[in-house]
Design a protein around this ligand. Structure first.
Ligand SMILES: C[S@@+](CC[C@H](N)C(=O)[O-])C[C@H]1O[C@@H](n2cnc3c(N)ncnc32)[C@H](O)[C@@H]1O
Length: 264
C-alpha cells in the first residue's frame, strides 16, 4: 500500500475532534499561526508523519488478521473505537488518560462506544493479565494486540515484562504490532535537525525515549516469548510503502521501525 485513492496516507475523520478546541488552538499556535489549515505545517514534524504511517500500518495488519479481538496498550486518543464499531475491543491506558478520553468521547458522541471496554490501568502492573481477563478478554481465542506509540517510553526490562504478559494473553496465531526506535537513534550523526529537536523536546516535556532495539534484538525477544517476527519495516521500507508517491512533504520518521510478531 502506498496511499489511498485520494492520495492520503491515512484518513482519520475523528482525530481532530477528539482533541478539545483549546488544545487544537495551542497546536495551531505552536505551528506558527492560527491558520485554518494546519496540514502544511504538520508536514515538517517527524511526529506527524509517524502517527499517519503507524495508523496505516496497524489498519492494514488488523484487516489482514481477519478482525480478531483487538487490544490496545497505551491507547491515548487513538480513534480505533470510533472507526471500528463492528467488533469487541479493549483499550488500556493510565487512569487519568482514560478518564480524559472518555470525557472527549462523550463530548463528541454523547455516549461511549458500546463495543469498547475501557480499562484504566498501568499496563506494567504485575496483575495486568488478571485485569484484562476479568474485563472479558478471551484468552483462549485469537487476538490482535496494538502497542503503537508505547514501547519507546518503556525501559528494556519493561518491554520484556510486557511481552511476558502478551505471551500469556495470546493463543497461537495471535498477533502483536508495535513501533520502536532502532539502535542508532541517539548516536547517528546524520540525523536531521528536525529529528534531533524532536528527541530534545521529548526530554523537556518528560516524554523520554527509554529503549532502542536492533532487528537482531527484536528477533531474540520474539523467540524468547514464543513469537516469530512476521513483519519488519525499517524507515526506508516505511518511506517506500507510505510516502514515496505523495505530493506532500511527509517522510518516514528516522530510526523508527514497525514490527509484527505472531504467536507460535
Ligand atoms: C504516544 S501515546 C500513543 C497513543 C496511541 N497508541 C497512538 O498510537 O496514537 C502513548 C500513550 O501510552 C500511554 N502510556 C504510557 N505508559 C503507559 C503505561 N505504563 N500504562 C498504560 N498506558 C501508558 C500514555 O498515557 C499515552 O496515552
Amino acid at each position: 500500500m502506498r496511499e489511498d485513492e485520494q492520495g492520503k496516507v491515512f484518513q482519520d475523520p475523528y482525530a481532530l475532534s477528539l482533541l478539545p478546541e483549546a488544545r487544537v488552538m495551542l497546536i495551531k499556535q505552536s505551528l506558527g499561526g492560527c491558520d485554518e489549515d494546519i496540514s502544511q505545517a504538520l508536514q515538517n514534524i517527524p511526529f506527524a508523519s509517524q502517527v499517519l504511517s503507524r495508523s496505516a500500518f496497524v489498519e492494514k495488519e488488523f484487516t489482514a488478521s481477519g478482525g480478531a479481538q483487538y487490544v490496545q496498550y497505551g491507547s491515548g486518543l487513538d480513534s480505533f473505537c470510533l472507526r471500528h464499531p463492528e467488533g469487541k475491543n479493549f483499550e488500556m491506558d493510565r487512569p487519568a488518560m482514560m478518564a480524559f478520553k472518555k470525557e472527549q468521547l462523550l463530548r463528541i458522541q454523547g455516549k461511549l462506544p458500546e463495543q469498547t471496554v475501557f480499562i484504566p490501568i498501568d499496563v506494567l502492573m504485575q496483575d495486568a493479565y488478571e485485569v484484562v481477563v476479568n474485563h472479558g478478554f478471551m484468552d483462549q481465542e485469537k487476538s490482535f494486540h496494538c502497542l503503537m506509540g508505547l514501547l519507546m517510553y518503556c525501559r528494556p526490562e519493561e518491554v520484556e515484562q510486557l511481552f511476558l504478559l502478551l505471551s500469556k494473553l495470546c493463543v497461537s496465531g495471535s498477533e502483536v504490532v508495535f513501533d520502536c526506535f532502532d539502535e542508532t537513534t541517539f548516536s547517528d550523526q546524520n540525523s536531521t535537525p528536525g529529528f534531533k529537536q524532536w528527541l530534545a523536546q521529548g526530554k523537556l516535556t518528560g516524554e523520554v525515549f527509554q529503549s532502542l532495539w536492533s532487528k537482531k534484538q527484536l528477533e531474540r525477544l520474539a523467540l524468547e516469548q514464543g513469537f516469530s517476527m512476521k513483519t519488519y519495516l525499517d524507515p526506508s521500507k516505511i518511506e517506500q510503502l507510505y510516502f514515496s508517491q505523495g505530493e506532500n512533504a511527509y517522510h518516514a520518521c528516522e530510526h523508527v521501525q514497525y514490527v509484527k510478531f505472531m504467536k507460535l
